[in-house]
Write a protein that binds this ligand. Structure first.
Ligand SMILES: [Zn+2]
Length: 362
């Protein structure tokens, strides 16, 4: 579990040479197959170093292999992201749930596209739990879930909510707020958050009639963020259960959104210019940038970055400086991703894209 801020921090590590090792390794679900893992890690690392012999420090490779041995047993069926640079004092292990494409990358910075893909597929979100007497608004992030608002508001601040039972029944009996007012108040809280820049997908859990009632009152902007609902008896829920029930709803929402954005670029509306494939997408990113960039999860494309004119290219003489200031980069898609994000654009990692990369130019 990792946050966007942590990914950015990892990406900001920069070594003087291409010696930072990033290793993504799928841990088998079957414990008996664990013994094959060191050999697989070694062969991924060997493939990455074949192109740049001498850059990887032997002690960094050993540190990566020790990290695999230390963490694999607790992460059966998951993917380990391991980032090592003795020179930078960097040794970070990030477990990713499920399977990600395996790779080892050597560069001046950690290779983080798979981490961004994970954040895209499990975004921070809001969960509303509602019945006719109560509404709770939960904020769910990679590493925590907490109650951020409740209706009716409580007089006294609530104690810690870890593993907490949503509400004791005597509180429910005391409540006199009318149901109509309750739904309006819950809708208003969501609206204020959305307008205040807190736009995040929303999941609503409760009895079907409560979900329908609240949905009907949501302003358009909030409704656009509605990811889906789940049926539950609010008084049986804990924070952990609410989070678990919202998880598949959010996963579906993320997949739908991914599909829609792929559609927007690969089958654009009339009059919308799009770039399909590496050459056209590079041209778009090098020119005015992209407001939407799609990258295939599986692809890694080595290339060059010109220090003088900032152009990204497939060959070292791909700009007007004829390679005089071009440095190899292990993955053009990673560079295009960060350039797009820092330019205010959106990047979508796609599990299977018909081309390696596509863009909607600014
Ligand atoms: Zn140049």
């Amino acid at each position: 579990m990792i946050t966007y801020g942590e990914v950015e921090k990892l990406r900001s590590c920069c070594a003087p040479d291409a010696s930072v090792l990033s290793l993504y390794l799928c841990v088998p679900s079957d414990q008996a197959e664990l013994r094959e893992l060191p050999a697989r890690a070694a062969s991924l690392i060997a493939a990455a170093t074949a192109d740049s012999p001498g850059e990887l420090q032997p002690e960094d490779e050993q540190a990566a292999c020790r990290a695999v041995a230390a963490h694999a047993r607790d992460r059966l069926g998951d993917t380990l992201g391991i980032f090592v640079s003795g020179r930078l004092g960097l040794l970070e292990v990030v477990p990713l749930p499920g399977k990600f494409p395996e790779r080892a990358v050597l560069g001046v910075r950690p290779h983080v596209r798979p981490l961004l893909a994970e954040l895209q597929r499990r975004p921070d979100h809001r969960v509303v739990i509602i019945d006719h007497q109560h509404a709770w608004l939960l904020a769910v992030t990679a590493d925590r879930v907490e109650v951020v608002a409740r209706v009716p508001a409580e007089d006294a601040p609530s104690p810690g909510f870890g593993g907490w039972y949503l509400e004791p029944s005597h509180i429910l009996q005391r409540v006199t707020a009318s149901a109509g007012h309750l739904y309006q108040e819950a809708a208003a809280i969501l609206d204020r958050q959305t307008v205040g820049g807190g736009a995040q997908p929303v999941v609503i859990g409760g009895y079907a009639d409560s979900i329908t009632h609240l949905l009907a009152l949501l302003p358009r902007a909030v409704r656009d963020e509605y990811a889906g609902g789940f049926a539950a008896d609010p008084h049986e829920l804990t924070l952990a259960k609410a989070r678990a029930l919202a998880e598949p709803v959010i996963a579906h929402w993320a997949q739908r959104r991914e599909d829609q954005l792929v559609q927007a670029v690969t089958a654009p509306a009339p009059g919308v210019a799009t770039a399909i494939g590496l050459d056209d997408s590079l041209s778009a990113v090098n020119a005015d940038g992209a407001d939407l960039l799609l990258v295939d999860d599986r692809a890694v494309i080595p290339g060059f970055h010109c220090e003088r004119c900032d152009v990204l290219s497939v060959s070292s003489d791909g700009c007007s400086d004829w390679g005089a200031a071009a440095w190899p980069v292990p993955d053009l898609l990673e560079e295009m991703t960060w350039r797009t994000l820092h330019g205010g654009g959106q990047v979508v990692s796609v599990r299977m894209l018909p081309c390696t990369v596509a863009a909607r130019p600014r």
